[in-house]
Write a protein that binds this ligand. Structure first.
Ligand code: GLU
Length: 292
């Protein structure tokens, strides 16, 4: 085995649907820190499955911002949009296991179903991000009706039958979270997410599916990302087990929050790296704003 193969592999995986902000700077610096500490390699993966919002201009801007910040990657940037075939193969495998079904409800339909349910004083279950779980309307449809809707060309996504998937995975799922105190074994709770989306009518893959396929394809051994994705790891472990993919170790780092205590987003324009740079900040200032 060559030395590069046996070295740990990290990745920084920004979604290029907006400009990079301080939160991205923190995440890439955390990755650089750990890659140095473990003598690992650091890859850049552009997460651009959203073909409407992710543009070549935003990708070029992200690469430029990272280079300005002084980050050196150990590979040319990889792009998720170059790997749609890999995600479809993974989806086919889940489909062949009988774990996937076509989901026809629109966002509006789900909203209506939840509102009707909640007017009766009951609370519809929500996922760890606060979004309502997908109703079981499509799961309960008989095969004939499903085939009819598909034949009629009704717009649909593909969703995971979470209950069947958990039964198939058939073990108590955990992931390994590493930190200053060593490695902790965390119990995964994928069912909290309900029937997650695997592919949409307007995007041939979902975040969850592409991220596990790519982490395996790129031989990622250490996933270092923000705490906002902590609970998503439950789903990632489930998909890894179902697809027979290797298990990386994880570290979910602190977040930089906006003044109102919420997660930084594209709407927090004043924390965009290019804006800070235009305002005269230097890479060293960004590092120190991120606590490095
Ligand atoms: N693309 C995701 C983001 O920008 C991160 C994905 C991950 O690290 O798993 O938030």
């Amino acid at each position: 085995m060559s030395s590069s193969q046996s070295r740990p592999v990290f990745r920084f995986a920004p979604s290029t649907n907006g400009h990079l902000h301080l939160g991205h700077a923190l995440s890439v610096l955390e990755n650089v820190h750990d890659a140095e500490r473990f003598n690992g390699r650091l890859l850049l993966r552009i997460e651009d499955i959203d073909r409407t919002r992710c543009t070549p201009q935003l990708e070029a801007a992200a690469i430029e911002d990272l280079s300005w910040l002084g980050i050196r990657f150990d590979s040319l940037p990889g792009r998720q949009s170059d790997h749609f075939d890999d995600y479809s193969l993974a989806l086919d495998r889940l489909r062949a296991m009988g774990l996937v079904y076509p989901a026809f409800l629109t966002r509006g339909d789900v909203k209506k179903a939840v509102a009707a349910f909640e007017t009766e004083g009951r609370i519809w279950p929500r996922d760890p991000d606060g979004a309502p779980l997908y109703p079981d309307t499509d799961l309960r449809r008989c095969e004939n009706e499903r085939q009819q809707l598909l034949a009629n060309g009704k717009r649909h996504a593909w969703r995971l039958n979470m209950k069947a998937a958990c039964e198939k995975a058939g073990q108590s799922l955990t992931w390994k979270e590493y930190g200053a105190d060593g490695i902790a074994e965390i119990t995964a709770a994928p069912a909290d997410w309900g029937d997650i989306i695997l592919s949409r009518s307007d995007a041939p893959s979902s975040y969850h599916l592409s991220v596990v396929v790519d982490d395996a394809r790129q031989g990622i051994t250490h996933v270092v990302r923000g705490k906002d994705l902590y609970h998503a790891t439950s789903v990632h472990r489930l998909l890894q087990v179902l697809l027979g993919l290797p298990e990386p170790v994880y570290r979910h780092h602190r977040l930089i929050l906006a003044d109102d205590g919420r997660k930084l987003s594209k709407s927090n324009g004043d924390t965009a790296l290019r804006q800070l740079r235009e305002a005269g900040k230097q890479p060293a200032d960004i590092r120190s704003l991120c606590g490095f």
